[in-house]
Ligand binder design. Structure first.
Ligand SMILES: [Zn+2]
Length: 97
């Protein structure tokens, strides 16, 4: 009878030890999969591509262009962005009519 109780205690101990070992391994595995969580890592990197709201729409062909690469033309005190000079010229010819 005492032997059975000792056996049960040994099994419970073994299970708890195995569970703690598995927990350590799964934690280490999670660190491997996710080495730099966004909450703790330094936020120095910024996306190079500007967000979609920063893009300007070409009124001639409807293409969205980044203002840095766009052809800008001042129309009625407002900057209008074009994908190319061809579109800008077309817009000006349409506006002149
Ligand atoms: Zn265009």
């Amino acid at each position: 009878m005492i032997r059975a109780i000792l056996y049960l205690i040994a099994v419970v101990l073994a299970i708890s030890v195995i569970r703690s070992i598995v927990g350590i391994f799964s934690k280490g595995f999670a660190d491997l999969v996710n080495p730099t969580p966004p909450s703790s890592g330094p936020r120095t990197r910024k996306p190079r591509v500007p967000p979609t709201e920063a893009l300007k729409k070409d009124p001639v062909c409807g293409t969205f262009i980044a203002p840095a690469t766009a052809v800008v033309q001042l129309v009625n005190g407002e900057n209008v962005y074009f994908c190319s000079k061809v579109c800008r010229d077309r817009y000006q010819s349409q506006a002149g009519r």
